[in-house]
Design a binder for this molecule. Structure first.
Ligand SMILES: NC(=O)C1=CN([C@@H]2O[C@H](COP(=O)(O)OP(=O)(O)OC[C@H]3O[C@@H](n4cnc5c(N)ncnc54)[C@H](OP(=O)(O)O)[C@@H]3O)[C@@H](O)[C@H]2O)C=CC1
Ligand SMILES: O=C1O[C@H](COP(=O)(O)O)[C@@H](O)[C@H](O)[C@H]1O
Length: 504
């Protein structure tokens, strides 16, 4: 059982209650919180959508989602208890008239929940609907009078810097920044939060955590899946917007930020914004050198024939959308000057793995005979974010025997062995934090905008210069040649799980 404190009564409205995100992630997360005794004593969850559902049918549908996607399956009839708190409201969220009804329901639910319940509106809908919903919610009397109202906004948070600014302005016209929770689900992952503990709860790493000892940093977020029926969304996005602008830049912040003076939400977010502001803006004529893009063609994925991106449902047969992106970033501050951060992400790659690696500078050779050091020299710290959840320190050791022969070995901390698989899913952590009113793991307006500023030059150049060589990588590969060239030019290569295994 995880150690949660008791929360205040809560009424949660999920716009998009009939959608995929609620089915696969939100409802299972809330259910798991319930099983872990972390939900408030009094709570109501109202799913909203245009589809027709009776409450009973809605619960039946969500139960199927639990059976498929929940971390913990139904135990001792807990679903029956949990589902007493669920209901469904059919409404067109773009129609202002409907909000009178919503307001009435909100009032009833609040009265049922008791004194000062938190009232949370979760936007699990397409981003174009968010402004209309937020404006309408803001007209509801309950929201105007109460400081306990919170708005949760899903990604994508804007399409570019301008639209993100517009979205922030719109939200902040109606609500205070403290009431807005912008989700980046990577920040809810245990392994991501643990980067702060690794760096700042141990004195061991800090003296080495800088340009004097670190050669470079790598982040890989590779996926084996294609766009999985999300072609319509993905055509407006691409790998840079979908993964690098948000999740991967947040990982860069976690690795690169200065020690916070406290774990206050704004202090941590300030330190992260400092990193984003210090990332060197890539000049437009250098984009070719600093960034590589790719798109998967058709081919074979672990023995199965798979379509190319341009043949996926909802995509353009001549699409220029990248399904792979790699970028080299520099952070121009005292700690990181001259240390490249290589990041890459893509779909239909050889392996599902999100991992980051701190590659330390090599030790001088002179202490050992030449033949002893001719093996691969790891000298690195890797953090497995998912699905491998581990921290691995790879270093040289002496192979037993008469001769001084060195070989690489690993020291591994593995979550499964240590915590026996108890870790909450990212959405459990994030939903709990929204109910608790803790914004630490959420994106502040300026964070989102600073991250857009970092990627804008690449987006602008890629938007103008259409790639002539797409599709340019096969399924089950590690992406396009250009990505290999990007890192090889600096004398390095990408570190991936298979490379690690070979090196063992
Ligand atoms: N699915 C996922 O894994 C992830 C999704 N997201 C984000 O979450 C959001 C939702 O995604 P997802 O659940 O996949 O999308 P879906 O298309 O599955 O769901 C959209 C939801 O919006 C509702 N909706 C649409 N128009 C209206 C309207 N006018 N009034 C009321 N409800 C409406 C739909 O209801 P109905 O069909 O009943 O009309 C449905 O419940 C998106 O922003 C997406 O980018 C983010 C990360 C992961
Ligand atoms: O936000 C997104 O993330 C997923 C990958 O998340 P992970 O937790 O499985 O690493 C990605 O598939 C999706 O395209 C993107 O929108």
């Amino acid at each position: 059982m995880l150690d949660y404190k008791k929360l205040s009564p809560t009424v949660l409205f999920i716009f998009g209650g009939s959608g995929d995100l609620n089915y696969r992630k939100l409802n299972p997360a809330l259910y798991n919180l319930f099983l872990d005794n972390a939900m408030p004593d009094h709570f109501s969850i109202v799913g909203i959508g245009r589809s027709e559902f009776s409450d009973a049918d809605y619960k039946k549908k969500l139960k199927e989602g639990i059976d498929q996607f929940s971390r913990i399956k139904d135990s001792n009839g807990a679903w029956k208890e949990f589902s007493k708190h669920l209901s469904y409201l059919k409404m067109d969220a773009t129609n202002p008239e409907e909000y009178k009804r919503l307001s009435k329901i909100a009032k009833e639910k609040e009265d049922e929940a008791g004194d000062h319940p938190n009232v949370i509106f979760y936007m699990a809908v397409a981003p174009q609907l968010v402004p209309a919903i937020v404006k309408n919610i803001a007209t509801m009397k309950e929201c105007q009078e109460r400081k306990y109202t919170r708005i949760v906004v899903e990604k994508p948070f804007g399409h570019d810097l301008k639209s993100a600014k517009d979205m922030n302005q719109m939200l902040l016209e109606h609500f205070e920044e403290e009431q807005v929770y912008r989700i980046d689900h990577y920040l809810g992952k245990e392994t991501v939060q643990n980067i702060l503990a690794l760096r700042f709860a141990n004195a061991l790493f800090e003296p080495l955590w800088n340009r004097h000892y670190i050669d470079h940093v790598q982040i890989t977020a590779s996926e084996t899946v294609g766009v999985e029926g999300r072609g319509g969304y993905y055509e407006t996005s691409g790998a840079l917007r979908d993964m690098i602008q948000n999740h991967i830049l947040q990982l860069v912040c976690m690795i690169a930020m200065e020690p916070p003076v406290s774990f206050n939400a704004n202090e941590i977010r300030n330190k992260k914004v400092d990193v984003l502001n210090a990332i060197r803006r890539i000049a437009k004529d250098q984009v070719q050198e600093y960034a590589a893009r790719g798109q998967y063609g058709s081919g074979w994925m672990q023995g199965e024939k798979v379509p190319g991106y341009r043949e996926e449902k909802g995509t353009d047969p001549k699409s220029a959308t990248e399904t792979f992106a790699a970028v080299k970033f520099y952070i121009d501050n005292w700690r990181w000057e001259g240390v490249p951060f290589y990041v890459r992400t893509g779909k239909r790659l050889h392996e599902k793995s999100t991992e980051l690696t701190i590659q330390f500078k090599p030790a001088p050779d002179f202490a050992f005979p030449k033949e002893a050091t001719e093996t691969w020299r790891p000298n690195r710290l890797s953090v497995g974010i998912s699905p491998e959840m581990d921290i691995c320190l790879s270093f040289q050791a002496k192979r037993p025997g008469q001769a001084m022969v060195l070989n690489p070995v690993n020291m591994i901390f593995n979550y499964e062995d240590t915590y026996k698989g108890e870790e909450p899913e990212a959405y459990e952590t994030l939903l709990y934090d929204v109910m608790d009113g803790d914004p630490t793991l959420f994106m502040r307006a300026d964070q989102v905008e600073a991250a857009w500023e970092v990627v804008m030059p690449i987006l602008e150049v890629w938007g103008k210069r259409k790639p002539l060589n797409f599709p340019n990588y096969s399924p089950d590969s590690w992406g396009p040649e250009d990505a290999e060239a990007l890192i090889a030019r600096d004398g390095h290569n990408w570190i991936s799980q298979p490379t690690k295994q070979k090196e063992k």
